[in-house]
Design a protein around this ligand. Structure first.
Ligand code: ATP
Ligand code: MG
Length: 390
């Protein structure tokens, strides 16, 4: 029996004139994702992409697993393909969904008749097919409100499709459809989740990570690369920028008042991230900050950091609790890597009593105790770039 995958999109369907561009991008992302699984033919019609394996031995479950991480897809169904003939649809349904129906207690039928030439209207299809199923599987009863199984029949241009299982897609918009932004990624729990959230809105991610050897180890850097590798399942390829930050951090320590260390460091990180963004065509920065989580994330500290930013800074976790962030990190499988205990440069030279309510004037004055411009230039020049591939 012939089967294929229907990938249905949600938000793109509302995109009016730009819809084609979004669809093209989605199909491109899907193709890249399914390459390891096999060869497929793609047809788009009525807010659905029909994904048809060219080789009948292709593992469709593996394909569905891959599709679940593709942003832009609202839901995924594995469907039986039948001729547009009511008798054939009934026979096909018994055979295709037999096991599912055998073990269920309640069901309903939903019909969508996109091809209006089909002689039966949707309510009639539901009624007739529902009746036939009841005759065949006499243990079943109909429950229209809360059925265990919903048998969906779609009558479309060329064929009829029958399916009963819907897998939720990743939602959002196709990665790349909203431009590119630079994620400041640490080894912590938050920043990978922040990257995931912005990728979900169609943003293609590059990542910048600051290292301070020998205060931070090679292992800490590898951990961050592993986090980015995990993110590629959702975000596609990621350009990874690794910035040598030791000299700058030592200069902060030697020249600036201690209670301002962290906020000055964050301002310098933002400055370097912006310069790299300009080179890499990124239009915004992304961080994993959440109000009040640590001293550098009070409103006043964030305002001091933002004061040096010339581009928008997205903080998708800003209003979230740690528990909510952890739930997402588990879902995207970054949590177990994030909790490995390696040091981050943010924890090097942390002041005992950081200012939680700094003003911009104070911070500027503290930072101006030293001219960082040459060091910034050097750090940007010496940044290592690596492509982390999906
Ligand atoms: P995370 O869990 O993402 O590490 P956090 O709660 O530990 O966040 P901070 O250490 O204050 O908070 O860092 C705040 C944000 O600054 C991070 O979410 C990340 O975007 C950025 N950041 C921190 N350390 C680094 C680093 N070494 N390289 C790049 N960005 C960093
Ligand atoms: Mg951290």
């Amino acid at each position: 029996m012939k089967e294929l995958i229907l990938a249905k999109y949600g938000e793109i369907a509302l995109k009016g004139l730009n819809k084609n561009t979004f669809e093209d991008m989605l199909i491109k992302n899907i193709k890249r994702r399914l390459k390891p699984v096999g060869k497929f033919e793609y047809v788009r019609q009525q807010s659905t992409i029909y994904i048809d394996a060219l080789d009948e031995n292709t593992d469709l479950d593996a394909a569905i697993e891959k599709l679940r991480t593709v942003f832009g897809i609202a839901c995924i169904c594995r469907a039986g393909v039948f001729e547009k003939d009511f008798e054939k649809i009934c026979e096909g349904t018994y055979e295709y969904l037999g096991d599912t129906l055998k073990y269920a207690r309640t069901f309903k039928v939903e019909a969508k008749r996109a091809d209006k030439r089909f002689p039966m209207k949707s309510p009639e299809i539901c009624r007739e097919l529902g009746g036939r199923i009841l005759e065949r599987f006499s243990h079943l009863s109909v429950d229209v409100k809360n059925p265990e199984v919903t048998v969906t029949v779609e009558i479309r241009d060329t064929n009829a499709y029958v399916h009963a299982v819907r897998v939720q897609g990743a939602g959002g918009l196709p990665v790349g459809s909203s431009g590119k932004a630079m994620l400041l990624v640490s080894g912590g729990i938050d920043s990978p989740v922040a990257g995931y959230m912005m990728a979900k809105r169609g943003i293609h991610i590059s990542a910048v990570h600051f290292v301070s050897p020998p205060y931070t180890s090679e292992r800490a850097r590898i951990k961050v690369e592993q986090l980015c590798e995990k993110l590629t399942a959702y975000c596609g390829n990621i350009s990874f920028f690794c910035v040598p930050f030791t000299e700058i951090q030592e200069a902060i320590k030697d020249n600036c008042p201690e209670e301002y260390f962290t906020v000055i460091m964050r301002r310098l990180m933002m400055e370097i991230a912006q310069q790299l963004s300009e080179k890499d065509d990124c239009l915004a920065l992304i961080t994993g900050e959440s109000v009040g989580q640590v001293a550098s994330q009070t409103l006043k500290a964030i305002a001091c950091t933002d004061a040096v930013c010339r581009m928008p800074v997205f903080r998708p976790l800003i209003g979230m609790d740690k528990t909510e962030i952890i739930d997402i990190s588990r879902k995207i499988d970054t949590f177990d890597i994030s909790i490995q205990p390696y040091e981050d440069c943010c924890t090097v030279f942390t002041p005992k009593h950081p200012k939680t309510k700094p003003t911009k004037e104070e911070v500027e004055k503290a930072q101006n105790s030293f001219d960082f411009s040459e060091m910034i230039k050097k750090a940007v020049e010496e940044t290592e770039i690596k492509l982390i591939k999906f």
